[in-house]
Ligand binder design. Structure first.
Ligand code: SUG
Length: 447
């Protein structure tokens, strides 16, 4: 029973602009030089490693950045070069927002509910509105086009537009980063039935809310996503994230908890109501559920945020054992490494191995291995019905490496975003990529 992982390809404008309030890595690295080519190659190496574990691996394309329509909508006019230079002078923050490669974190692209759990027997992908961060709120329309180009068969897949981002409804939605699918066994693919665990930062009824940083996911949004996906409420568990953790830099649940099959790995400070959440999960999933918890004494919250242990990918391999694909930072922090060794040695925890990957370029913006991928539990028939040009094998990986090496810069500073050549290079790269991945004209500049 396969699980498809769709990783976001890092875009040519990958840079550190400090745009995400509440994401401590993004703030810490503001203004630093980035390495777009190194970043995309790190991502491809991770995809190669995950594919080698026996997981079905594919890619989602970067978005068009700088996004000229965003700048023109704010009144900047003239040639593309004029628009860029005026924006750089008059509103550099807007230019940075229109230039972020943030679409690489595809865990925030959508929430996915496989056909096995949806009452209409189709797989649902609800695009996330990402309304809380201005630079990410411009992603949804192109994300929807990209997902439809990957899953064109409407009889099997429904790609929903993002929830309304205005204030009529309180829909703050960040997609799969706050959603975990659990099952009664190691099985994580599209054949097994699952339970859907939604974690939100705040709701109208919340007794406590984060004091410092935004609650990016709301309960209303999670409930609406569940309904659009045709999930019966009996399959759902909703719980509030620990607001103190949000204020400590845990801006998504996937920075403090990760689940797969019948295993939930989480920090003791993950949820507002720890005991109640564990009990709801045990009741809904069943006695097969294993909750492997890490205490604050064993690993303080600060280590969770720095190392991104919980942003590891937890994967079921073809032999039904589980592997943790963790950021290299976890191997370098003795306290975190000791937690991983303890989990591997614990016979009650179904975890067989750990693999460490260098995704530092993404980590410096607060994106670990799990942020970089969207999980789609599929069946063999789903795989046959999708656009298989996005799947990676040795040949596709080498094509993508050559493509990145040809178009991507070695280094980039946020002060270089107005360079008209960067726009040109990015468009040329994406134009070529839509051919490599057989996506059709998904970008505004191609329409
Ligand atoms: O939305 N960082 C992303 C990181 C997303 C991580 N995703 C998950 N946890 N699933 C964000 O905060 C930083 C961009 C900048 O500052 O230049 C950024 O958008």
């Amino acid at each position: 029973m396969p699980e498809l992982n769709l990783d976001g390809l890092v875009g040519p404008t990958h840079n550190y602009a400090g745009l995400s309030y509440g994401n401590v890595a993004s703030a810490r690295n503001q203004g630093a030089a980035s390495a777009p080519r190194g970043a995309v190659l790190q991502g491809l190496a991770k995809m190669e490693a995950v594919a080698a574990l026996g997981i079905v691996q594919g890619v989602l394309p970067p978005h068009e950045r700088p996004h000229l329509p965003t700048l023109r909508a704010r009144g900047f006019s003239g040639s593309d070069a004029d628009v860029l230079s005026k924006a750089a002078k008059e509103d550099p923050v807007l230019l940075a927002r229109a230039s972020s490669a943030s679409a690489m974190w595809t865990a925030n692209a959508a929430t996915v509910v496989p056909a096995a759990d949806a009452s209409d027997g189709r797989t649902h992908l609800v695009v996330a509105n990402l309304r809380e961060m201005a630079h990410r709120a411009i992603e949804p329309p192109v994300t929807a086009r990209a997902l439809r180009a990957v899953f064109p068969d409407r009889a099997r897949f429904e790609v929903h537009e993002a929830l309304p981002a205005d204030t009529r409804e309180d829909y703050g939605d960040e997609g799969a980063a706050n959603h975990t699918r659990l099952t009664r066994s190691a099985a994580s693919g599209g054949e097994a039935e699952g339970v859907h665990f939604f974690v939100y930062g705040a709701s109208a009824e919340s007794a406590r809310r984060p004091a410092k940083f935004p609650a990016r996911q709301t309960l209303s949004a999670s409930e609406r996503v569940a309904d659009l996906s045709m999930l019966g409420r009996a399959r759902c568990v909703f719980t509030q994230q620990n607001v103190d953790a949000i204020d400590a830099g845990v801006f998504h649940n996937d920075v403090i908890a990760v689940g797969n099959g019948n295993l939930l790995l989480c920090h003791e400070l993950a949820f507002e109501d720890r005991e109640g959440t564990h009990a709801m999960l045990r009741n809904t999933v069943g006695p097969e559920l294993v909750i492997a918890e890490v205490s604050a004494a064993e690993m303080p919250l600060e280590d969770a945020v720095r190392s991104y242990l919980f942003n590891s990918q937890l994967l079921t391999l073809p032999d039904a054992s589980m592997a943790l694909v963790a950021p290299l930072e976890c191997a370098e922090n003795p306290r975190v490494k000791a937690v991983i060794d303890r989990l591997l040695a614990d016979p009650a925890v179904p975890l067989a191995r750990a693999v460490f990957m260098d995704v530092r370029e993404s980590m410096r913006n607060g994106g670990g291995p799990a942020c970089l991928r969207l999980r789609v539990p599929v069946t063999e028939r789903d795989l046959a019905a999708m656009n298989r040009a996005v799947l990676v094998d040795a040949e596709k990986l080498s094509t993508l490496r050559a493509w990145a090496t040809r178009f991507y810069r070695e280094a980039l500073l946020p002060t270089e975003l107005a360079d008209p050549l960067l726009l040109r290079e990015s468009r040329d790269a994406l134009d070529e990529l839509t051919r490599i991945l057989a996506l059709g004209p998904i970008y505004d500049f191609q329409r």
